[in-house]
Design a protein around this ligand. Sequence first.
Ligand SMILES: Cc1ncc(COP(=O)(O)O)c(C=O)c1O
Length: 462
Amino acid sequence: MSGFKFSLVPQDVPKINTKFRRINTPIPVPESLTMLTALDNYESRSMHGQMPVVWDRAEGFQVSDAWGNKWIDFTSTIFVTNTGHGNHRIIKALKEVLEKPLLHTYTYCSKERVEYIKYLIEKTPKQFEKAFLLSAGTEATECALKLMRMYGQKKGKRKPGIITFEGNWHGRTMGAQMMSYNPAQKEWIGYLDPNIYHLPFPYPWRKDCLKNPEGFFLEGMETLLKEKNLSPNTDLCGFMLETFQGWGAVFYPKEFVQAIQKFAREHDILLAFDEMQAGFGRTGSLFGYMHYDVEPDILCCGKGASSSLPLSIVLGSSEIMDLPEIGSMSSTHSANPMVCAAGKANLESLFEDGLIENSRVLGKLFHEKLNRTAKLFPDYIGQVLGKGLLAAVHFNSPQGEPLIELCDKICETAMRRGLLVVHTGRETIKLAPPLTIHREALFEGLSVFEQSINDCVVGKTL
Ligand SMILES: Cc1ncc(COP(=O)(O)O)c(C=O)c1O
């Protein structure tokens, strides 16, 4: 996030009333300002920076405030509500638990927990034999770090080496930040973990890498091993990959990831994926790593895992998941019965309501349209990346300079026109509607997006 703040000065904007959007007040709504400023006054500012919309209801692919405005949502909050806001299956499942009532069980067994874990393991690839449930994504990546290192210890490795990638991001707690790249975000720690290494990322604009992705990986690896005097058999325990780089939906070339898997297998190193943004149908397959035709040893999931309540998951083989002793890998709120009921209903909706297929099929049309939009603004849009119902539009000048302020303006203009998009604070805008969206609403949202870009580049911001 940049330190950018959206304006809290109510702006008169044209009234909108279509099938899917309604804007009938100034934006931000004058009556909402007391709530927005209360957060500023009473809550840590680190939580702030979001667009000034006070959510009152959210259903399907639409978000409403309490003053009659309604937005098409291209954010899914933040890749969470894949099966739609207020999904009926999830609400029904939650009501059943709520009305029992059974709100918390700590680590005591519950029917909801048993049914969910069993269903999750049955419905995910066979190498995932066991799961561990947590609440936040950052806990899941921390947990993977712990498991990879415990695995290395068990195998008698000398060092707890972990390889991650330049530009990747894995969360806000200490281990997750150590694995993430951004040096400024790690300054608070005061030191760097000497056994976490970052390899060069195969960005599509690195032409040398596109020609030979496998060679690019092996070269980076060889340089690292030489520089740090490491032996992969004894000094490396795990690879942690963000399935795609979040800020820009930047995927790796398939050959690059396959080369990592080959190297990992040869040296008994575990392969973990951080699927936080990529999981649960978002990219047109159940998990995003599936686009690479590899089989991770550990999978870290969150966000779209429940489309609602706080749920993150670590998946792996029994050998890996049972490394920690009884009681040494659990958490007070892990496997809460409400959360488990939501997790199961979410998965059922994903499979039984055809949402992965919807993401794949509509995703193609979505990307075709976005690429046509990009062609209209060659001086402002460098490329559109992503898969399925996930896209990142990269705003760059013809010289490649990042157009961050333009992105801020486009997000704000789209909001004032009844469309919510993901403001990244960087030179990208991300678009990720709930997978329940249908064609007509998707295209209405895309035309609002195009119109907002047009208005901003000609200096006609609302
Ligand atoms: C790739 C990735 N990893 C980890 C996280 C951390 O998840 P959480 O915010 O739930 O802790 C995020 C959240 O944005 C993410 O995008």
